[in-house]
Design a protein around this ligand. Sequence first.
Ligand SMILES: Cc1cc2nc3c(=O)[nH]c(=O)nc-3n(C[C@H](O)[C@H](O)[C@H](O)COP(=O)(O)OP(=O)(O)OC[C@H]3O[C@@H](n4cnc5c(N)ncnc54)[C@H](O)[C@@H]3O)c2cc1C
Length: 296
Amino acid sequence: MTTNTIFTGRLPSVLGSVALAGIGISVYSRYMMNVAHADSGAPPKAFGSGPAFLSLQLQSSEVVNHNTKRLRFALPTEQHISGLALTSALLTFSWPKGCFLPCVRPYTPITKSDETGVLELIVKKYPDGKQSTHLHSLQPGDYLRFVTPIPGYKWTPNKHSDITLIAGGAGITPMYQLIQGILNNPEEKTRITLVFGVNTDADVLLKSEFEDFERRFPNRFKAVYTVSNPVSGSPYLKGYVTKELLSKVVSATPEKGNTKVFVCGPPAMESALVGNRKQSGILGELGYTKDQIHRF
Ligand SMILES: Cc1cc2nc3c(=O)[nH]c(=O)nc-3n(C[C@H](O)[C@H](O)[C@H](O)COP(=O)(O)OP(=O)(O)OC[C@H]3O[C@@H](n4cnc5c(N)ncnc54)[C@H](O)[C@@H]3O)c2cc1C
């Protein structure tokens, strides 16, 4: 059988079956979630632990900078919450015009898990990026399909006295989700240092949210920004996230044992920090063991 026959003949029927199975699972799990919600009186969750296949309508799309937009989607009702576990992402599905195959990519919501009625994404657009270009083209009233949650790191409150979060570019979204989840939990005591590396001053995302956390939790949250190509008079540190920078700004040391480092950024940044089979990486040189490092 030629490739062409497969795509013109069997592929649509296979995709059709997958879609039908997905819709069946989705309807059943939504039904079970609604039963559970009606029993407990708790707000209904848009996303459970399994597939969701949920289409959400875009309410607004705000330009954040030269390549980033903040997209606000309405949850199914104003009472719904996302119900996502801390550091989860959501797999999105679209079939952009002109694309031969559908596009499936994960994004990490920045809204709180218990925020009612809305779900927000911050999306950086890549040159020729299929899904990011599609998401940037969406207009209020359009829909986006969310396939399933993807659990991230299983966070346990107060397991660590201190954590260091090192983010690059759009890698800030899981860090933001973790930071707000920890600081908004009155039971938590964990101290957090965020080191955020970006290309230009305009790429420092969520700055006012981080400043607000610094004001509200001066002894528990500190954000450090470093910019590789700063404008003149930039208020930020200059350069990449280096060993010297981390030794200066992170007060929790790996020897204490009760600390962990989280990393999320472009591949080059992550391998410089975490290393590879041949090299230990900056964090290894600073004394962090593999168990003390989590890569989102
Ligand atoms: C768990 C998880 C959560 C994520 N959360 C977010 C989020 O909240 N916000 C967000 O904007 N993105 C997030 N991403 C990245 C997102 O899933 C897509 O990879 C990104 O939007 C690019 O998809 P695309 O289809 O536009 O690009 P593609 O069509 O896949 O790629 C087009 C071009 O862009 C380049 N490119 C793609 N991704 C990257 C990258 N990360 N760094 C450098 N170059 C790249 C490729 O090399 C290629 O040349 C997340 C990724 C993961 C794994």
